[in-house]
Ligand binder design. Structure first.
Ligand code: ZN
Length: 293
């Protein structure tokens, strides 16, 4: 089954929503980076969040990045998604692992991340990208994004993100939702939504019962409202790196440095953090780069 992201609005136009099933996409990230269970949960939540926020971009060339800078064992993580459901990311310490909290049967993502910041970067094709930043207060990512929406974008929101993982580390379910209130939403609507959210059990548990993300929106999150589904796109892990793209990086070296590599018959290797591919530039390729400098 293909992963998907969807967005919509209630027929009364007071609540807009996004939802994502990112199970296969997160599995792909886990395989690609050989992630620990803790890293899988963190990166999975970031992937779901970025896919939904990416769908809120205007142009297909725009991109949205969620970046974690923390002082915990995982340290840093970064995920970038675009408007068409393509997402990629990495964590700095993919093997970092914390014991599962036996009482709650959850992964302590907060401790794994530590203290630090969550940065939201929107590259909208302008000279400078939009950047918002909040301190990591909660460490669940979902609550931190909720706080970001309220504090930085002044949009009352509720974000849910979940990754359900098998003991062997494979991804059983991964998904998320965002609901946001439009200006001047009546108190009655807010109360109903709050009641729905308070009653809603764990997202991935409900997905695991066989509910699709549409059904979860209709039957639980927006119960009592009439959600209109406006758009649905496929989601996938995709890195668009290439020899051509990394050439630009090599052009930051001086001509002398490139010439030296040729003379010493050295291969220049560029590593892509997003997909773990190595790009090797030998004599012929370096000569070609030099021609364009
Ligand atoms: Zn790549």
């Amino acid at each position: 089954m293909k992963d998907k992201v969807l967005r919509g609005i209630t027929d009364n136009k007071f609540i807009r929503f996004f939802a994502v099933n990112s199970t296969a996409t997160v599995q792909e990230a886990v395989d690609l980076h050989n992630l620990s269970i803790t890293s899988s949960v963190l990166l999975g939540r970031l992937i779901s969040g970025a896919l939904m926020m990416g769908m809120d971009l205007k142009s297909t060339n725009d991109s949205l990045t969620l970046k974690i800078d923390g002082d915990g064992p995982i340290g840093k993580a970064l995920v970038t998604a675009n408007r068409v459901g393509e997402v990629k990311g990495y964590v700095n310490n993919p093997q970092a692992e914390l014991p599962i909290n036996k009482d709650t049967n959850t992964i302590d993502v907060k401790t794994a991340v530590g203290n630090g910041t969550l940065t939201i970067i929107k590259d909208l094709g302008m000279k400078n990208p939009y950047m918002g930043q909040v301190e990591i207060k909660y460490g669940t990512i979902a609550k931190d994004l909720t706080y970001y929406f309220v504090a930085s974008e002044q949009v009352p929101s509720s974000v849910g993100l979940g990754v359900l993982i098998e003991p062997d580390g494979s991804i059983r379910q991964s998904g998320g939702f965002i609901v946001q209130l439009m200006p001047d939403t009546p108190e009655k609507v807010i109360t109903q939504l709050e009641t729905n959210l308070a009653k809603f059990p764990n997202l991935t548990d409900v997905m695991d019962m066989g509910f699709s993300i549409e059904k979860i929106i209709k039957k639980f999150i927006l119960k009592g409202f009439k959600p209109e589904f406006l758009e649905e796109i496929n989601a996938e892990y995709k890195c668009s790196c290439s020899y051509k793209k990394f050439e630009n990086g090599l052009k930051l070296l001086s001509k002398a440095e490139l010439q030296e590599a040729i003379e010493k018959d050295e291969e220049l290797v560029v590593h892509c953090h997003f997909c773990n591919k190595d790009y090797k530039y030998g004599k012929t390729k370096i000569e070609k780069i030099l021609e364009t400098m």
